[in-house]
Design a binder for this molecule. Structure first.
Ligand SMILES: [Zn+2]
Ligand SMILES: [Zn+2]
Length: 132
């Protein structure tokens, strides 16, 4: 084994890989608890803290995104490219949605505020078909 650490950052332990797989396969935006339940079905001895640490590592490595919604539990997204979301205010279900023309909105915001805009996320709140 090589002594240099260059690959270390991208190295995923089997637990981290399992957590990432669950998020990628879900096709929805899971909470840490939901991720834990699913990974645990494959790795019954897994501790919650391990999943929590794996999520932190995956987030820092840019492999998943953490979505925060006020006081509600964070959700995790395997789609790391910029995109927007619609969120159900009753059950928390969340879907990907892409706002068109975001580039011009970002430019306009930068021009008017003199900020350098690093990221933009549009969140639509509503009631999903299941809850309606
Ligand atoms: Zn709903
Ligand atoms: Zn998403």
């Amino acid at each position: 084994m090589s002594r240099d650490n260059t690959n270390k950052r991208n190295y995923l332990t089997s637990q981290r890989q399992a957590v990432l797989d669950v998020i990628r396969e879900a096709g929805e935006h899971l909470t840490a608890q939901e991720i834990f339940d699913r990974v645990r079905a494959k790795m019954p001895r897994l501790a919650y803290g391990t999943v929590y640490n794996a999520l932190r590592h995956l987030k820092e490595s840019g492999l998943v995104r953490e979505l925060k919604f006020g006081d509600a539990a964070s959700r995790y997204d395997a789609k790391v490219e910029r995109h927007d979301h619609v969120v159900c205010v009753r059950c928390g279900a969340m879907m990907d949605y892409e706002v068109s023309g975001i580039e011009s909105l970002v430019k306009e915001a930068a021009r008017r505020t003199k900020f350098t805009i690093l990221d933009a996320h549009v969140e639509f709140k509503g009631v999903c078909p299941r809850c309606r």
